[in-house]
Design a protein around this ligand. Sequence first.
Ligand code: FAD
Length: 520
Amino acid sequence: MIAFIEHSFLDEQNDAAQWQAALQEIQGTVAYDSIFTGLAGKDFGGMNRSKPLAVVRPASSLDVRTVIKAAQTTSYLTVAARGNGHSINGQAMADKGLVIDMRAIGDHPSINVVVSSVNDDNSPLYFADVSGGALWEDVLNRCVLDYGLAPRSWTDYLALTVGGTLSNAGVSGQAFRYGPQTSNVTELEVVTGRGETVICSESVNPDLFFSVLGGLGQFGVITRARISLQKAPIKVKWIRLVYAEFDDFTRDSEFLVSQPQEDSFDYVEGFVFVNSDDPVNGWPSVTLDSDQWFNPDFLPPGSGSVLYCLELGFHIHQNQHLSQVNSKVESLIERLSFVRGLRFQVDVSYMEFLLRVKKAEQQATASGIWEAPHPWLNLFVSKRDIADFDRTVFKKLLNGGIGGPMLVYPLLRSRWDTRTSVVIPEGDIFYLVALLRFTSPNQRVQDLVAQNMKIVRHCKNKRYDFTLYLAHYQTQEEWKQHFGNQWQRFVERKAMFDPMAILAPGQKIFSRNQKIGQLL
Ligand code: FAD
């Protein structure tokens, strides 16, 4: 036994010399320093710590390939692409492996706007070619300010990387119309777990293209993405409508997401809030401007412990007459069953609208809670079960709020491409439920995690049609259940593109050198 340990120790030392020598080829930088490895061992969730052996700041996709090739020379090294480290549960970490800081490629983000083809009516189709480590915020600035164009589908918060959200799905209030961000990308450059750089799209190397989208970093590192653009509006009419009854709220939001574009809003989201004057969880969290006031006298008698807010955005384009916009908006709102008197509205620039969460970030940073742990839970719950979820979770378990937003809004299955690796419920309409908890000093993180687990158990026990978004599990068996009948395909894809299980170990789906073929 001792001889074996000594042998493997020597082996590792030789291996280390070999992979470190391989990394010397890199044009970017390699840091072994604990300041860098320590930073790469943390994430937004703040609940996990896992130090890599080194952090590579690549200059290009060639460097990404070199890192993967270096890991291949050993039997134990793993590689994690790290976007902006905004995962909750260590998904972008590589314990004693190599972390690729994708922001380094994004430091001088290559964001090029191109016209690559024309529509049937001869109008041009615009795209942005974007490096995988670019922040969506950078994409916004470049496309809108320089070209008056914008991606169609966003996330609520934009300090996330293009590669990071495309590895999950990327959803916000535009997804009901255009699908998630994974439905709005037409071409990728990927460095696979085999160390091959491949261009892929729906028609070229489609297996890789669809594997990587929503693929949790398991198949390759996205080094470039081609994103569909459309004409950017100049302003947004941003509206919040309050509901006392969940039925009314869901009926109206499902109606709006199912209407044709000309009969609806451009952005539809919603959230649950507490029926009290609590500044974080209650009425004040609904108003959009400091001169607005939530008057509870408008609430119908007998309103419950929680209330609902439908959040809408209507795009205003250059040369559009405001009076026409206003009458269109009024005709849409007229049909909705919100509590009259509890309507809040502001007109903001398109940039201000898309950067709305940045403001909240600045406030939370100032008060110190941005840095505190974030035991978030994100679910997709089918329309069939959302009313029960409301009765048992929102109205009972969480009726005092969670110290942060409780989002709930509908999405249409038809806008999701089931060839990607994302797992969604079966129902035609399903709701994103996001419990975006901010931990206060008097709360224990483990209690909040336990409450999340209780909610997930409840969904399972009640046999809801639901899946976890941004899921994390501890065992392969749990992942197998998560993927259900898509597990076989996921494993086949892994065997094809990362057979040594080098990539994204923080997801805890496969372990290094696991015989992937035996799982088939
Ligand atoms: P990381 O956390 O760094 O990485 C996530 C995973 O992707 C890891 O497994 C990593 O290895 C892999 N990865 C990263 N880059 C690449 C790449 N280039 N190629 C291949 N794999 C890669 N999500 C939404 O859908 N909608 C929202 O509105 C939304 N809002 C958010 C707001 C906040 C404040 C936060 C913290 C998160 C939010 N998210 C939202 C979740 C977000 O999409 C995920 O956290 C996602 O992981 C993006 O973060 P990131 O770029 O920092 O990636």
